[in-house]
Unconditional design. Sequence first.
Length: 258
Amino acid sequence: MIFAVGPGFTASRPEFYKRFEKLTPYYESWMASQHARVNCQSCHVAPEVLDQAVYHAAATGEIYLSLLPLGREPNLLPRPTNEACESCHIDLRTVSPSGDLNIPHRAHVDKLKVACVTCHADLVHAAGTDESTKPRMQTCLRCHDGVTAKSECNACHREKDRPESHGAKDWLVVHPERQNQEDCAKCHGWNDAWCAECHSNRPESHGSGDKPAVWRAAHGKAVEDRRNCEACHQAAFCERCHGEVPQLNYDATLKLVE
């Protein structure tokens, strides 16, 4: 009893993992989480009696192995199962606390068989603020890509929909003029690189490696129709060929890109 019960109790405590260098960050993030009152095996081990007993036996063995200079890191805590989550989270939400976001947990868990940790990977062991433990929109979009699942804003957001202006044929052309009139971050603030996803790519009109462009010869005519070179290019870019900033359609009040 002395050699089994005592070490078994010690191994069942989350503090046991503090002695392992690689596992210490997981212990510290757990301590700072809302699950700090829940021990490790309650989430990481299936709630069935046999599974819990096997874990305690293996953990007791790790107590003795940790006394040896082996540099050993125990691997006793598999990915949490839905059954483990639902042993506490019985009432699954259908809407976010703010009321804006549809969260049909039951449909995802029971019908689609999505693992809870697919969305809530950072719930307990995320480094940072409490905000970092909430599922980020990038996580949702791994499935909500318009193919695997719906991608329309109002499929999830109750109070947000694609603005009417975004459906205009010339929206991609005129949207820079509207950025100071609307709060873009209200929808797009979830991704700091939102603008860069498009603006880091060469425009189709400019051609690409496999489709050599006639843009150098044709861009003058395009500028006659609409001058927006400065949306991407600084004055020095034009000067490399033109020797000066072309004055065609030039608007002195247009702020060049820094």
